[in-house]
Design a protein around this ligand. Sequence first.
Ligand SMILES: [Zn+2]
Length: 396
Amino acid sequence: MICPHSSCKKNFTQPLELFNGIWFCPHCKKSIFPDENTSLVVTEENYLKLVESDKIFYSKWLANREGKDRREKIEDLKNAINLCMESAYLKNPYALVNMGFYFENNYVESHKNIFARMRVAYLYYNAVCYNKKDIKISMSKNSKPTSLDVEEVNNIKKQAAINLYNLLDSIPKGQEKNVLGINKTLKFEKEKIVKLLKELGVSKLHSKTEEVDSEDKVSHEVIFDLVVNASKSAKSFLFGIFQISKSNIDNLIDKTFSTRLGKKKGLGDLIEEGKIKMKIAEVLEVKGRISEREAREFDNIDSKNVLLNLKDKLIEGLYFVFLFNNMVDNEYLPKTGAQRIYKIMTNDNDNNIRKYIQDGLFNSYIFTSEDIYKFSGKLPNYQKSIEALHSYCLEE
Ligand SMILES: [Zn+2]
């Protein structure tokens, strides 16, 4: 695809994607995430990707809802969502609405809490239902794009608007900023969507009023999934801080996975092999901070034995776990850079880990090489990248 910014216009195959789901051009690093001023278009290429995605999602994934082979079907689900994402990168409006649905309903980025996922869905729906440009269609390479049929435009906007209405309706008190961003109010957003729905001819709406669980605690499954899939690649996690209970730590220690050669391995093995670095500290409650949490002294979990001993050593309660993927080595972050990041985060009595915790940047904030790359200058200064990423998280 081609960067839409006139000062850049460079070609690339995949955008940079940050921890918060926003896309950036890998050349000029400006945002290319769709909004109301983005020209949406249905093309032969993005349409075929979407059709294939829907086919896999409905026939292979949903049809097997109760099936015993659900785990094997996970690959089908990933495949369906990847195709939809590729279609969304190419600005297909239907794919954007579908991606919003996948985020909202926990089909993607399951490690994020519900509000972080609702935030992404909110942006996807906004880009479609408030779109100011003429939505186009161009089903062959040689033909000029023409305007999409008015009725069809209405249908797609209606779907986005209904989804957005339901999403706004299910935001619990106190979570508005997490979903809408710091500059918007829920009252204004609700009035705006009701007005749009009226214009689109939708009057009767059923409230979802689903209970949203807002407890800020991460399960062992989320962490296990990350570490098992840790790799060199840019999409793999680089580091994250998690608030986790003692019983979930026990699960982290006990659970194993099968390698391709059929060997059973656990988190302890990955630590022993130097693939994962881990630190753990007891949570200390403090009043008056954003997160109202602090970490006591961090312990280095540097061998399988130290990890196994945690089971007897730790008392019931909450802990902060810092996890670092020591394998990262890719086009956005070389191995030496990754090692620098580990030093910067842990230097001076884990000062940067503490800063991230004090500002509530844990659980849903799982960073990859792409996040570091976005915030590094021409000559990488990783200290500055870490600080810039920190500030960006607070402003977003
Ligand atoms: Zn660009």
